[in-house]
Design a protein around this ligand. Structure first.
Ligand code: PQQ
Length: 246
């Protein structure tokens, strides 16, 4: 039988999910950060990850649309501002596109998502659908991977700067803002989950939501590894298929 945990025990259980399943443990990230990939493989990472970036504000708008809690909406809408900016040329999506262009990718190709891996699109879509279809508590809990992102972002920026001559500090500027935004967002979401998960079932649902989200991130890296590292099977239509790297 599942027992009711204290809020701090719940937090510990959530952190244990991240320790076991967060995407910092994925071999593709270890290759990426360790300088073991060539430029095309890094380009593949950037253009696939664009799909995730582009979906994040859609899932945040979905969450906002679902709640009648005005305070939650007010706080959550900062995430839309962070990703979309307040005027053209601002925000995380634009900064991600600058990263992709800094790697030599064509901006319109990246935005079109037509060269992304099928599994990337499916994983990203699953996240948006989850936030639309599950309870609000699960929707908020699914964002909690951000508790773990500052560490991986620091590792990524220092590793990529040290190991690739085609990467500059400007290319990676996207991540600077995330180092402030992610802890702020995660602190709020964690507090929300600790206050609103009041039954054993709700607590287990929150843990399962975070597990699901780790799977969303992991699946995207599995797809990259399968296509671009080993066995190197690039799906039809995807970046690099038939030797076309554009
Ligand atoms: O670089 C990363 O490893 C990483 C991880 C995550 C995450 O853990 O979901 C996010 C981000 N970056 C990120 O940049 C971002 O905007 C973001 C939003 C969310 C979310 O679930 O709402 N996760 C993440």
């Amino acid at each position: 039988m599942t027992v009711l945990m204290s809020p701090d025990e719940l937090e510990a259980a959530l952190r244990a999910v991240g320790a076991a399943r967060y995407h910092n443990r994925h071999p593709f990230h270890q290759l990426l950060h360790g300088g073991k990939l060539d430029k095309r493989q890094v380009q593949a990472w950037a253009l696939n990850r664009y799909c995730y970036q582009a979906a994040i504000p859609i899932k945040d708008a979905t969450l906002i649309a679902r709640t009648d809690d005005s305070e939650l909406r007010r706080i959550w809408r900062q995430r839309l501002v962070d990703h979309d900016g307040t005027q053209p040329g601002e925000g995380g999506i634009v900064r991600w596109l600058a990263l992709a262009e800094g790697l030599g990718l064509d901006r319109d190709m990246v935005i079109s998502e037509r060269r992304a891996l099928p599994a990337t699109r499916f994983a990203v879509r699953a996240y948006v659908d989850f936030v639309r279809d599950r309870s609000l508590l699960e929707a908020v809990a699914s964002s909690l991977t951000e508790m773990f992102s500052p560490t991986i972002i620091s590792e990524r920026v220092s590793g990529m700067l040290a190991n690739y001559d085609f990467i500059t500090r400007e290319t990676l500027a996207y991540f600077n803002a995330r180092l402030d935004q992610a802890p702020r967002d995660a602190d709020f979401a964690l507090d929300y989950v600790k206050r609103h998960a009041r039954t054993p079932e709700q607590q287990q649902a929150a843990i399962a939501a975070l597990t699901f989200k780790c799977d969303v991130l992991w699946a995207q890296l599995d797809a990259l590894h399968h296509a671009y590292v080993s066995p190197g099977l690039i799906p039809p239509g995807a970046f690099g298929h038939d030797g076309i790297w554009s």
